[in-house]
Design a protein. Structure first.
Length: 174
């Protein structure tokens, strides 16, 4: 009999917990911010911020690894994180796209390229990139822009290791 009473108490505790959880779920569905305040009120603000700062770091690291922008390796007891070249490529492309500075009137940045036929996909991707950042096509493999992006374009070509096929010039426009 004592065991049956004990079992009933445990069952009642489980039911009470489920009812309370369902109430919290319904409350959250109606107003998620209220639940956030309720949970936050239980912990000290410093503890709350510490937990979520760590959670945010883990989420960012996971996202960087997913994009293959970050590699990790062990050195003894430490984990070393390294950014990959694709981060630099993305950063340079973003800088080139967002540049609004214009060269003085007669000057232009001229890009001439001659990819081999075997690298057709790379050639087409490079053409698409040039067009997307505001270059104008002069000939099939000659493009120009009046944006002040000479250094960024040279760095991008160097990182992509296509300098043997791509030449970038700063000309006076004549």
């Amino acid at each position: 009999m004592a065991q049956k009473k004990k079992r009933n108490n445990i069952t009642q505790e489980i039911i009470d917990t489920l009812v309370e959880a369902s109430d919290l779920t319904i409350e959250w569905m109606n107003n998620p911010y209220r639940q956030y305040r309720r949970i936050r009120g239980i912990m000290e603000p410093e503890e709350w911020n510490r937990i979520f700062r760590e959670k945010k770091k883990r989420r960012v690291l996971k996202e960087l690894k997913r994009k293959k922008w970050l590699t990790e390796r062990r050195e003894g007891n430490q984990i070393v994180y390294e950014l990959t070249e694709s981060v630099a490529i993305h950063h340079l492309k973003t800088m080139i796209r967002s540049t609004i500075a214009v060269l003085p009137e007669p000057s232009i940045v001229l890009v001439a390229f001659d990819f081999p036929e075997a690298a057709r996909k790379a050639r087409n991707s490079f053409r698409y990139f040039l067009k997307s950042v505001g270059f104008t096509q002069k000939q099939l493999s000659v493009w120009f822009s009046n944006k002040s992006i000479l250094d960024e374009m040279q760095a991008l070509v160097r990182i992509l290791k296509i300098e043997k096929w791509v030449n970038i010039y700063l000309t006076d426009g004549t």
